[in-house]
Design a binder for this molecule. Structure first.
Ligand code: NAP
Length: 255
């Protein structure tokens, strides 16, 4: 079956696009016809993603190395996108994220702050900048997708900072949906479970073997399986969906 082409003429910004889930999202969006702005703090990784993107539908992709947790960078990003493309992005996926795991009793304040700064504030800055650009351009359609985590709902030992950041992402997405629906902008959050990516590659085998029995699908997910859901949320196939969180977790912790 031919891949769908639901994103022709759309412009998408994807943070964390240099790796794992973000890279898979860039690939999926490009294969569906979107022009993609690949953003990552690792410039080399962002450039590598750029090389992987198909452009057989006349799209123009670009990559950019930048830290999404700094307002100045995010504002410059959106200005430069508008200058290059003569339009704001109408799709945004905030997938940049980090972990700094430690038990609550041992966690340093700076490790708490760093994770909140990237995962929560970075999502706020990008979501705000893209929505402002869409509203001032008078575009009547936008899809903003944030990346939370299943552990933001249920908690996870050793991830006091990360779970707080991801619960926050879910909350801000619902609020964004309430405030932005009047402008035709939909905002949804995806909650991945355990997805095989550089972020999870150091989880010890003995820990994964304890988690796997709680995953109905009996395995970790693939970044492309998360990208499938992002493409659905970005496309007109989900025009009546906003303010929701979608678990992409293979049935983890449902019972
Ligand atoms: P990943 O492979 O580590 O990719 C994250 C990317 O974001 C990396 O390239 C990283 O660069 C980049 N990044 C980190 N801080 C940044 C910043 N301040 N500005 C711009 N880019 C930054 O992780 P992933 O598994 O694809 O995760 C993607 C998203 O899904 C994250 O938000 C993560 O929390 C979430 N998630 C993942 C899982 C999972 O099981 N993998 C589960 C639930 C949620 P560096 O490598 O240089 O840090």
């Amino acid at each position: 079956m031919a891949a769908p082409c639901r994103l022709i003429s759309r412009l998408a910004v994807v943070s964390g696009g240099g790796s794992g889930i973000g890279r898979a999202v860039c690939q999926r969006f490009a294969s569906e016809g979107a022009s993609v702005v690949v953003v990552d703090c690792n410039e080399e990784a962002a450039n590598k993603t750029l090389e992987l993107l198909p452009h057989d539908r006349g799209q123009k992709h670009v990559s950019l190395g930048m830290d999404v947790s700094l307002r100045k960078n995010v504002e410059q990003l959106i200005n430069s996108v508008q200058t290059q493309y003569f339009q704001p992005p109408s799709i945004c996926v905030s997938a940049a994220g980090i972990t700094q795991d430690e038990f609550l009793l041992k966690m340093e304040e700076e490790d708490f702050d760093k994770v909140i700064q990237v995962n929560l504030k970075g999502t706020f800055l990008l979501t705000q900048a893209v929505s402002k650009a869409i509203v001032s351009a008078g575009i009547s359609k936008g899809s903003l997708i944030t990346v939370g985590s299943i552990v933001g709902k249920v908690g996870n030992i050793g991830q006091f900072n990360y779970t707080a950041s991801k619960a926050g992402v879910q909350g801000l997405t619902r609020t964004a949906a309430k405030e932005l629906s009047r402008y035709g902008i939909r905002c949804n959050c995806i909650l991945p479970g355990f997805i095989a990516s550089p972020m999870t590659e150091n989880i010890p085998e003995k820990v994964m073997s304890k988690i796997t029995p709680f995953i109905l699908m009996g395995r970790m997910g693939k970044p492309a399986e998360v990208a499938d859901v992002c493409a659905f949320l970005a496309s007109d196939d989900s025009l009546y969906i906003t303010g929701v969180s979608i678990e992409v977790a293979g049935g983890l912790f449902i019972g």
